[in-house]
Structures are given as C-alpha cells and as structure tokens.
Design a protein around this ligand. Structure first.
Ligand code: 5RP
Length: 213
C-alpha cells in the first residue's frame, strides 16, 4: 500500500499567517488544507495564491458544503483545488453535486462524515455515488467534549470501500501510527502542528512516524 499522505490543516483566519505556516511546513506535508474558518474568511483568492506558490502540493478546500454542491464547489475547483469537502449530513444530492464538479475538473470530492448518524450507510451510499475520499472526522467541538475519530475509522476501514480514507480530529504524534495501522490513507493534523513550539519540527516528526510504520 502507498504511504499515507500527510495533510496540514491551515486553520488560522489570518491570510499572511496561513501562507507563512504553509511555507514553514511545506517540506514535510503532502496536502495543504484550507480550513473552513480560513476559507470563509479569506475566500477563493487564497486558493489561487496557494496554487501559484505551491504548484507541487495537493490543495484541499474544506468547504463542508451543505447545499448547492455543484454550484458552490465549482469555483474552488476552477481556482485550483484538488479536493473539496462536502458534508455527508447534507444528503446524497448535494454530495453528488460536488462529485460532479470534481469530475468536471479532474479533481476529487471528499465526504466529511462529521455528525453523520449512520456513518456506514452514508459512506456506502457516497462511495456508490462516486465519492473519491471518505473523511472520518471528529470536529473541534466534539474533541473538546472528549470524542476521538478512532472507533469510526475502524468502522469505515473495515467496509473495504473503493475510496481513500482520510482521518481528522486531534491526531498527534502519539496517535498517528495507530491511525496508519487502522487503514487511513490521508492523515490530517492541525493543532498538533500549528500549536507546537516549532511547527516545522512537529511536522517533520509526524512524517518520520508515518514513514516508520
Ligand atoms: O476540520 C477541522 C475542524 O472542523 C480541523 O481542521 C481538523 O479537525 C484538523 O485539526 P485538528 O488536528 O486540530 O483536529
């Protein structure tokens, strides 16, 4: 199996701080995620800017689309996004819209299973509809209430769907190897990198741990 990709969640609201963090961790990550608060605050021009500065990185725009999937996602793919996210709770029609927009741009759609009641049924239906990536995700508010994504990751991985699996939700150095072993293809790390005293060192450590599995 190919080594999992490492995705840094760029979750600052500040435009320049976002670019600076991207530059700092670039040697150690594969995917830049423009986090939901960040894309809402800064808009599509940030996608164009990161695309121009980092032509060799994958760019994920964490739209967490809830309605009007094709219409909302299309300008972000056109601006250079490789992956956009759509909420599984939005329903199949909206997910299909983002999948359609992704396919029209030779890009990928990721279903975010955050707060989905029946994650297995949603993952199965979205995979059947052509989703490229399934996002197992414990959000920041749920993390604060003590939740983790590990049980959900096992449930989704054991389905053996024809999709890649992304995992997010408080992943850090002490848990990253477990999520690799559990079958994650994309490891999302936010606070454990951007909140570290040295984000570059933290990102390097995550890379080394992933490579060592
Ligand atoms: O999408 C998000 C919140 O909705 C975060 O970007 C994601 O959870 C990764 O950040 P962290 O590693 O800090 O949990």
């Amino acid at each position: 199996m190919a080594k999992p990709l490492i995705q840094i969640a760029l979750d600052s609201l500040d435009y320049n701080a976002t670019i600076q963090l991207a530059e700092t961790v670039a040697p150690h990550v594969d995917i830049f995620e423009i986090g939901t608060p960040c894309i809402k605050h800064n808009g599509v021009n940030l996608v164009k800017d990161l695309r121009a500065r980092f032509p060799d990185k994958l760019l994920l725009v964490d739209l967490k689309t809830m309605d009007a999937g094709e219409y909302e996602a299309t300008p972000f793919y056109a601006a250079g996004a490789d992956i956009c996210t759509v909420l599984g709770v939005s329903g199949l029609a909206t997910c299909k819209g983002v999948i359609k927009a992704a396919n029209a741009h030779g890009a990928e759609a990721q279903i975010d299973l955050i707060n989905v009641e029946d994650k297995v049924a949603c993952a199965r239906a979205c995979a059947e509809a052509g989703a490229h990536i399934m996002g197992v995700h414990t959000g920041l508010d749920a993390q604060a209430a003590g939740h983790t994504p590990f049980g959900d990751l096992n449930d989704i991985a054991r389905l053996g769907l024809n999709v890649r699996i992304s995992v997010a939700g408080g992943i850090k150095a002490s848990t990253v190897q477990d999520v690799v072993r559990a079958g994650a293809n994309i490891i999302v790390v936010g606070a454990a990198i951007y909140g570290a005293p040295s984000p570059a060192d933290a990102a390097r450590e995550i890379r080394e741990l992933v490579e060592a599995v």
